[in-house]
Every structure is written in structure tokens, then in C-alpha cells.
Design a binder for this molecule. Sequence first.
Ligand SMILES: C[S@@+](CC[C@H](N)C(=O)[O-])C[C@H]1O[C@@H](n2cnc3c(N)ncnc32)[C@H](O)[C@@H]1O
Length: 247
Amino acid sequence: MRIDVLTLFPEMIKAPFSESIIGRAIGKGMIELNVHDIRDYTFDKHRQADDTPFGGGAGMVMMVEPLYTAIKAIDPDDKAKKIITDASGERFEQTTAKKLMLEDWLLIVCGHYKGIDERIKKLFDFTEISIGDYVLTGGEIPALAIIDAVVRLVPGVIKEIDSAQSDSFFEGLLGYPEYTQPREYRGVGVPKVLLNGNHEQIRKWRLLKSLKKTLAKRPDLLEHRYLDDEEKMLLSLEDKDVEDDRK
Ligand SMILES: C[S@@+](CC[C@H](N)C(=O)[O-])C[C@H]1O[C@@H](n2cnc3c(N)ncnc32)[C@H](O)[C@@H]1O
């Protein structure tokens, strides 16, 4: 997969992706990440990429021309799936990440200051994406969130794909609780079912925990999700019927 990011602050994108799982995927050539400084596509000696808003008011607006020139230079044949980070865009969800993972090439535009001259949206076919109902100083953090969520789904990026499949939201449920060594810490043990080596019992216990957690914390997720017979049965269990799972 190829990902191009257009930003006024390239280091905000480069630095976080030099480490960890995504850094490794880039290092191995599984992901091609190109970060472009929009100022490289300006025409004056001050490399000006923003100006005051027409109509007045506080703040600066990113100019359309440098961005247009940059996008045309990077993707002259209009092949990339184009994303613009925007607080009023469609909400980024795990389902969005799954869809974007199927693309060969993503081009992500980061706004900054008061935002970008609206005309850019008329010149290219963008999907506008918001990462939540709050306003950040720029689109760089949203771009990082989008790239991270998408890239970790690309086969081979996470060593065992199971690891992504059992995370929250992947199957429309919240994730089950995880435990590791030691078996007991300050008197708190781990659920004994996880120590018995019975894979079927462990699978059921994890599904039960996912379902019960989702019901307790995010019942809205269950409203639109198909539940199979086993899931319905597990959800119907009363807490007192669920075996005490502490060691
Ligand atoms: C300070 S914001 C501009 C806010 C804009 N004037 C508005 O009312 O929505 C600057 C840039 O940050 C990015 N941004 C801020 N919050 C965001 C969010 N929740 N999701 C995605 N992008 C966001 C966008 O690229 C935006 O152009």
C-alpha cells in the first residue's frame, strides 16, 4: 500500500511512524509512506501557504493553489483515494479503516490554522474524514490515527492477524480483557479458565466477556449487530450463572 500525506508540518507525521509496528512495516517496504511539505509547492520566496480569510475574521486559511499544485504533481492521473481531514467530515470508525485498507493508494491532506480554502473540495473528489466531535489545531493527528488504524490491518503488518481480529470493534464488539505474567499480582489472580489450556472454553469465555462488556459499556453497538445463537445464549446468562473466573 502507498500512502502520501500533504502537510505543512512533515515532522509531525514522520517522527511517530519511525518506530514500533508501523515503522517496521515501512522499513520492510510493506507500506510506502511519502510525506510532502505543502510549502515545497509554493511560488514565492517566503513559501507562503496561507493567507487571511476573505470576509475578515481571525486566523489564517490555507491557500488552494499550493495544495492543488502538490496534488497534481503527486497524482497526475488521479489514481489515489483522496482523503481530507475535516472536523465536519464523516466519522472515522473501524469500518472506515477496513474499507480504506482495501485501497492501493491513499492521499491524505492535513488542514491547519482555520482550515483549507473550501474550493479545494470542488477540484478533487475527497472523502472528508473526522476523527471525532472536537477541533484539533491541525489534520496531522487525525492523519496519524487514520494511517495507524488502516496500516495495522494490512496483512502481514501485525505478526498474527488474529491479534487485530480480536480487538475492539473488529467484529462489532468491544475486546475481551487480556492478562499476562505473573499469574498473581498483589493478591489479584488471572481468570482460571485462561490457564487450563482448553481452547474451546477460552474462546467461549472471551466471547462472553466481549459481549457482556459491549452490553455494559456500548449497548449501541449491539443494536445493529446480528447475533448468532451462541452469542444470544451467552448474552442471556445472568452474572450469577457465569462461573467465577478468578483464580
Ligand atoms: C483548527 S482546525 C479548523 C477548524 C474549522 N475552522 C472548523 O470549524 O471545523 C484545522 C484543521 O485541523 C483538522 N482537524 C481539526 N479537528 C479535526 C477532527 N476532529 N477530525 C479531522 N480533522 C480535524 C482539519 O484538517 C482542519 O482543517
